[in-house]
Design a protein around this ligand. Structure first.
Ligand SMILES: *[C@@H]1O[C@H](CO)[C@@H](O)[C@H](O)[C@H]1NC(C)=O
Ligand SMILES: *[C@@H]1O[C@H](CO)[C@@H](O)[C@H](O)[C@H]1NC(C)=O
Length: 537
């Protein structure tokens, strides 16, 4: 018995990055499976409280609403239901309560079909029609129409719930597809339909946080693309329009672009064309998990080596923003993880949090200001369930982040297993909050947070001593099933209240002299009030 355990531990140690799966020499052993080796590991987490390494916006969490109609289907399923901007039930109480809980939630209105949407206001360009399947249309659909009564209803909801809105404009209006080059669109952007919508919006007193131009038209594009010089010229035009329409700088919406996949050469040429000070948010999209039907999706979600691969993109966007337009900040303008509406059995479940919360942590360290999750509702990756509107585990993860993680990002490092990912921010209120994501299937990590008050070499790190109880939020899936839609907070399932409100999420209070115990396959936020961090003062 002792020998078997030794062998297993040895085996597990040899197994990185492919971990113990209960198989030895390729043969499955049921005896081994039943044994389930539990391990305990100590981890010292060094947090530097002296300086912050990056800063997010006050409202970092953002979610998208998309235009997809009910007949948007991928892989023999149609997971959007009635969750598109034109057919979503805006009177749903859970929806309103879910948005309200953030005070404010950023919402980005955009997506693939936005570059075929016309706004039925003023002198609109053609007959305004609803999206219909069209084999030669972009993404298989024809043009769509935003009627002003729908825009009023949407703004009613945004006003009631205090949401901060990004509206992303149709950037193809006025252009035509090039004859010679596949997918390239040429000509200047025609701003007049956007101007009419803006005028209407201002007259009605609807608040807009930011305007964006175009969706996934940069680099090689997805269904269509625009050259960087042309795009730069058009974003300057949008900036002039917004400056003209909103003469008071205090309530002038920010300008976001280009809202697509990162391509170094394209982004740099684009930023050279706009010049500094035009773009406020340099938006880019992330679908680093591959297709929604990828059979390895579940493995990728638990593989830290895979999840780290996208870090260079974040660093590049950060550098480009700094270099070419210092007043701008990088934003993830849309990120669904797995593309084509997400994974049917993963994207709405607990395990997706390994990707999502890790992304929030990682992009924060690369100075990203905002992270928009595709989607608030709709597809397999909604924060809310498409049909029942019930919050999925990532909804609660996002809300908890919003409540406890402040905008100043701290360095948090350790020399232990790569399967535990760690991040630290100044708390929203006082002290610091750490985020610990344990992707390991069998190891519990006992994490001691060490206060590194040195600027350069680590000499005498201080252990954290505090009179304050530590506030811990342990997130685990129901029945230990990482593909569950039900999230437990400190062992209790999170459920809507009887009035369909989002439940309170209270921490458990722990004696700070004990380490933070992070169970296998769990996610922990912990607030340390007594942590000395000059960067958070
Ligand atoms: C909601 O609308 C009212 C009336 O226009 C306005 O006074 C208020 O500031 C709006 N609230 C928000 C959060 O946008
Ligand atoms: C929505 O909830 C239903 C019923 O619990 C479930 O079968 C489905 O997978 C969920 N879908 C999403 C996208 O959350």
């Amino acid at each position: 018995m002792y020998f078997l355990v030794r062998v297993l531990i040895h085996y597990c140690n040899m197994q990185e990055p492919a971990r113990s799966t209960g198989r030895i020499n390729g043969k499955s052993s049921s005896k081994v499976k039943k044994l389930k080796v539990k391990q305990q590991d100590e981890l010292k987490l060094m947090v530097k409280g002296v300086t912050s390494i990056a800063q997010t916006d006050d409202n970092f969490i953002c979610a998208t609403l998309d235009w997809w109609p009910e007949n948007k289907c991928d892989y023999n399923q149609c997971p959007w239901g009635k969750a598109g901007l034109l057919n979503l039930d805006l009177k749903n109480k859970i929806l309103a309560n879910a948005v309200k809980a953030f005070k404010p939630l950023r919402i980005r209105i955009g997506g693939s079909l936005q570059d075929q949407v016309y706004y039925k206001v003023g002198k609109y360009p053609k007959q305004c029609s609803n999206f219909e399947k069209k084999s030669d249309g972009l993404f298989g659909f024809g043009d769509g129409c935003l009627h002003m009564n729908r825009w009023d209803e949407l703004n009613d909801l945004f006003n009631q719930t205090g949401a901060a809105i990004t509206f992303s404009f149709n950037a193809l209006l006025g252009r035509i597809p090039s004859d010679e080059h596949n997918t390239l669109w040429e000509g200047d952007w025609n701003q007049f339909n956007a101007k009419s919508l803006m005028k209407y919006t201002i007259e009605k007193g609807y608040k807009i946080d930011s305007y964006e131009l175009g969706n996934e038209l940069c680099g090689g594009g997805v269904a269509a693309r625009i050259k960087p010089h042309q795009y730069g010229k058009d974003v300057k035009k949008l900036k002039r329009l917004v400056t003209h329409m909103y003469p008071n700088p205090a309530d002038r919406p920010k300008i976001l672009a280009p809202g697509g996949f990162y391509d170094e050469k394209w982004f740099q040429e684009f930023l050279l064309a706009t010049g500094p000070g035009v773009v406020d948010g340099l938006t880019h999209h992330i679908y680093n998990l591959g297709a929604g039907v990828d059979p390895t999706l579940l493995d990728k979600l638990q593989n830290p080596f895979f999840l780290s691969q996208v870090a260079q993109t974040f660093k590049n966007v950060e550098n480009d923003a700094k270099l070419f337009s210092p007043s701008s900040g990088p934003w993830v303008g849309e990120a669904g993880g797995a593309y084509n509406s997400g994974g049917k059995h993963t994207s709405h479940t607990f395990v997706n949090g390994f990707w999502y919360l890790d992304q929030l942590g990682m992009t924060s360290t690369f100075n990203h200001k905002v992270y928009c999750r595709q989607s608030l509702i709709g597809g397999n990756y909604g924060l809310l369930n498409t049909t029942s509107f019930m919050p999925n585990p990532d909804y609660y993860g996002a809300l908890l982040w919003h409540k406890v993680m402040g905008k100043n990002v701290l360095s948090a490092t350790h020399e232990g297993s790569p399967y535990i990912r760690t991040y630290a921010h100044c708390s929203k209120t006082s002290g610091i909050t750490v985020l610990l994501i344990n992707m390991d299937k069998s190891t519990t990590f006992d994490v001691s947070v060490v206060d590194d008050l040195n600027i350069h070499p680590v000499v005498y790190p201080k252990s954290v001593e505090s009179i304050h109880q530590r506030e811990e939020y342990h997130l685990t899936p129901k029945d230990g099933n990482i593909q569950s839609d039900v999230l437990l907070l400190n062992g209790t399932p999170l459920k809507l209240t009887s009035s369909l409100d989002i439940p309170e999420m209270n921490p458990k209070l722990v004696d700070p002299t004990f380490p933070i115990s992070v169970a296998p396959q769990s996610i922990v936020f912990a607030t340390l009030r007594g942590f000395q961090a000059p960067a958070c003062a």
